[in-house]
Ligand binder design. Structure first.
Ligand code: DX5
Ligand code: ZN
Length: 220
């Protein structure tokens, strides 16, 4: 499967967001990971549609990979469609009706993803795997950028790879949290194909960070 790097703009410097976003979108880059937090599902509040509308204006061609850390996200599908999301990923823990929410995202014309927290087993996604464009395995507890990866979560990616094969499905598998150059090989060995990185991309020299990740990822 194609290896995709999805930089998390949560770690950008919002005082010059446009500059940081342009620095990240070098040749070969398509995805931007956009973390929406409601202060309820997670203890932090990030940003919502007005900011994403501006991001879409700056990056008209990017794939906006929107990660909804929000309770009952079905309430907001139309809002996020309007502001330019391409993929909407919702948490299994955040809704009473995961499959209905995923179907509503699909019906709105967006790609749909489902995420699980470090403490949530893969079995929480099993009933909806055939509905998914993407499964997101959180490798930190959601809410904040710059945390250390919880290595035990990598086993769940391996489990999903096996299930996907067994079921003849083709959804992407994304990892989110604590990925950096020093654990990238360990991460890629799991079979994951969409890699989120926040602090490791946006802190320091963004262009160098992107090209370091890219060169390690194309060697695969
Ligand atoms: C955490 C967010 C992540 C975060 C990743 O709740 O979902 O996307 O921005 O940042 P790093 O790569 O710094 O752990
Ligand atoms: Zn995220």
């Amino acid at each position: 499967m194609e290896m995709i790097l999805s930089p998390s703009m949560l770690s950008a410097d919002f005082a010059h967001l446009e500059q940081d976003l342009r620095a990240v979108m070098q040749p070969g880059m398509k995805y931007l990971h956009v973390d929406v937090m409601d202060g309820n599902f997670v203890p932090n509040i990030s940003f919502g549609p007005p900011v994403i509308t501006c991001v879409r204006r700056i990056l008209p061609d990017a794939v906006l990979d929107v990660h909804m850390m929000v309770d009952e996200p079905a309430r907001y599908i139309q809002d996020y469609k309007k502001c330019g999301a391409d993929i909407l990923t919702v948490h299994a823990e955040a809704t009473k009706d995961l499959s209905g929410t995923l179907q509503a995202i699909r019906a709105a014309g967006l790609r749909c993803g489902a995420a699980i927290n470090p403490g949530t087993p893969v079995s929480a996604l099993e009933p909806v795997l055939s509905l998914l464009d993407m499964a997101l395995v959180m490798s930190v507890n959601p809410g904040f950028g710059g945390q250390s990866m919880i290595p035990e979560t990598l086993d769940k990616i391996r489990e999903l790879v096996v299930l996907r094969e067994k079921m003849g499905l083709s959804f992407d598998i994304e990892i989110d949290g604590g990925v950096k150059l020093s654990n990238l090989d360990q991460v890629m060995d799991t079979g994951v194909n969409v890699i989120v990185a926040g602090a490791a991309i946006f802190h320091g020299d963004i262009e160098k960070n992107v090209s370091d990740f890219q060169s390690r990822m194309v060697m695969r």
